[in-house]
Design a protein around this ligand. Sequence first.
Ligand code: HEM
Length: 344
Amino acid sequence: MTTFFFFLALLTFFLLYNSRRKPYPPGPKGWPIIGNMLMMDKLTHRGLAKIACQYGGLVHLRMGFLHMVTVSTPDMAQEVLQIQDNNFANRPVTMNISYLTYNRADMAFANYGPFWRQMRKISVMKLFSRKRAESWDSVREEVDEMVRYVVSNAGLSVNIGELVFGLTRNIIYRAAFGSISRTGQDEFIKIMQEFSKLFGAFNICDFVPGLAWLDPQGFKGRLVKARDSLDKFIDSILDEHIANKKCIINDKGNNSDMVYELLAFYSDDLSKINHSDDVNDSLKLTRDNIKAIIMDVMFGGTETVASAIEWTIEVDTDDVFGLTAPRATRLVAVPTPRLLCPIC
Ligand code: HEM
């Protein structure tokens, strides 16, 4: 009898819940439990455009237990990105991302709020200020080195992708850590590569949260190992910077790298950490914040810029902008006097 009443109560709850819930936007019908997961490989920008043709600008998809909405028309995009910006400003995180960003201690995955706003202020006024950019001699040195490489390979084919990726990686590494020698850089790149794989990995537990305790794909061990290596690497750099206070200001009056810049806000006293909006309350960052922000910069600033440069060089501008520049196919290094001058 008790079981009967229990199931009756459960059924009533579900019926009431479903009758009060607003309907989802239209979308392709999914399977029980897995929903639309079998369509995952079709959800490219072209695939989404096709789905939008059939169902409209706002399409509902269910991936396992996760409900998603895709936005495909200018009107809907304006609604989401502008009119209801505040409701949609937070980025969703996967379990892997949450662990690797020290539970969203960075800027990119921090929810919209006082901490994010303070970080934006630090980014604009300190990390990426005009004065700061002008003082990055390391950028010029790295570019010089790349030009030297092109010159020494004059007449030969050049792998632009690799060359440019190496350039942006070196620049960001030096902007972040200020280290002139490349000691440790290879180790750091390996750590970042593992992070990158884990960031983008498909983890079934994101879609069926009940499976998290089982960890069927064995992510937990890999996540702990990856974050431990980053901890070890950046902690030693942080300690070195803290011990080496006299190098803090460079000859242009700026902190000489991003670690110094961020350390100016560092507090190891957790009770002082105050993420409020009040301008009189100065922002305090923890070690985890600093590590996660450096990681954002490494990820955000390397591949994006390299791809943009490579794309600009290789794209058929006629196809994209209607310009009549010739298509670049095989790139051959050709030194010109303008490139040679600064380094000869
Ligand atoms: C061509 C180069 C780049 C492209 C195409 C690009 C693209 C983007 C895009 C689309 C976003 C998301 C914006 C949003 O959701 O409102 C973003 C955010 C971000 N980017 Fe970039 N980016 C580039 C260069 C860089 C560089 C050089 C850095 C750092 C040195 C960087 C660091 C970041 C960070 C930290 C965020 C998160 C900001 C936030 O939470 O509001 N990006 N980027």
